[in-house]
Design a protein around this ligand. Sequence first.
Ligand code: NDP
Ligand code: 1BO
Length: 319
Amino acid sequence: MTDCPKNGLASIPEIGLGTWKAKRGEVGTAVSTALDIGYRHIDCASIYNNEREIGAAISQAIDDNTIKREQLWVSSKLWNNAHAAKHVRPALERSLKNLQLDHLDLYLIHWPVAFRADITFPKQPDQFISLEDLPIIETWRAMEKMVRKGLCRHIGVSNFNIRLLKELQAQATIQPIINQIELHPFLQQPKMVRHCQKTGVQLTAYSPLGSGQRQQVDKYNLFTHRPILSLATKYQCSPAQILLAWSLQRGTVVIPKSIRPTRLKENFQATDLHLDKADMETISRIDRGYRFLDGAFFAPPGSPYSVNDFWDDHEKVDV
Ligand code: NDP
Ligand code: 1BO
């Protein structure tokens, strides 16, 4: 469990199960297996289109007495087409219904990007809404109401850069407790880590393994990077365990995705691994500022969004 006393966030389990790209027909079994192994944190989102099967697996585990609801941390995310204040509650209630829960532990604004309500993924520029026309604070006020109504215990954001986070922190009545962002040894984001430590925001590392298969098409691959392989040999563990242990030791929550029992177990066991200070330093030197997910799909020509505006430091440097 990770405590973040500055913002009253107690006990988010430090490792959670990621569910993006976990297909229907596979995700339910993955969640059941994860709960049997000991995972107590599931990271969901309405756009992953698999919450109903996740809900059935959670409900089954509660009925079987494998877990009690209060032992479990379930997060979900508001999709970009529901940023208007009047759409927030219906969107959250849809996730709750699919997940068979009466409240979430955490509800996040998935991206600082807004679409028209009738659009799931824009194909044309006029299907986006700019943040000038639909400011984040309007969405946030509606999220705050969801906490007051008891529909979620905590609220937070995802894919926010430092500027957006500071703006929100200055205006929020209920502070964002989490920023869920891409973090791994090739994208260490030290300035963001410092800002969040200073202001009591817990960081959750998404794509902590470099998003798996994406690495087969991207130019960088964490699993085959020499320093990571050497450490895996030294600690007699897998490269994935080195990556997760590094993230955990930095104080970030991790949410690796897998649908395979052996990997679910392997990833969970990374919580027992401790890396020496010198080895943490070795990993800190391999930062590339490299994103596997840069949000380019929200920035086609004519979109009010651009990749440069999304990130504090988007520069990619060569290995
Ligand atoms: P991860 O870094 O978790 O990598 C997942 C991939 O790695 C899958 O292909 C998986 O395959 C494979 N994998 C898992 N464990 C191992 C292992 N031990 N050894 C080798 N390969 C392994 O990527 P994600 O992008 O899925 O990120 C994790 C989670 O973060 C998401 O599922 C989602 O919940 C969240 N996320 C949030 C985002 C946001 O915008 N807020 C954006 C991206 C992710 P297999 O399943 O076959 O094992
Ligand atoms: C559009 C990508 C969402 C991943 O969380």
